[in-house]
Ligand binder design. Structure first.
Ligand SMILES: [Zn+2]
Length: 130
């Protein structure tokens, strides 16, 4: 599978790289929502973050953690927003938005209202991981 992000990971396409190691690369989004908007991706192609093997996904989060904390220092903010969405490019990626408070908002199209005791019990039984 070859995609735009695979080409960046393989250094076949240019990117403003801010971090790289054996398995991951992070670079600035070319259409930033805020200054420093960063995409962190595995070098190997996975369609979704959830397709990655658990061990690699753990390493992935450590890299994201490292970059997010770096940005907290650089941008002098506690607030670094992250997002896993995945529709835009079919290669696993995590967005990091440093200092995004008040600049980006995510709201559902329709709010469901307060979770009732009944619905909460029903859902927690249905969704509990056994
Ligand atoms: Zn890819």
């Amino acid at each position: 599978m070859e995609c735009k992000f695979c080409r960046i990971a393989n250094h076949q396409a240019p990117a403003f790289v801010i971090y790289e190691d054996e398995n991951f690369i992070a670079f600035l989004d070319i259409y930033p929502w805020v200054e420093g908007h960063t995409l962190v991706i595995p070098k190997e192609h996975y369609r979704w973050v959830w397709d990655m093997p658990p061990k690699l996904a753990g390493d992935y989060f450590q890299v994201v953690h490292k970059i997010a904390n770096h940005y907290r220092k650089v941008f002098q903010t506690e607030f670094v927003m992250s997002r896993i969405y995945g529709y835009d490019i079919p290669h696993a990626h995590i967005h990091l938005f440093p200092d995004a408070r008040g600049k980006i908002a995510f709201y559902p199209k329709q709010r469901l209202g307060r979770l009732s005791l009944e619905k909460g019990k029903e859902l927690s039984q249905k969704l509990r991981l056994k």
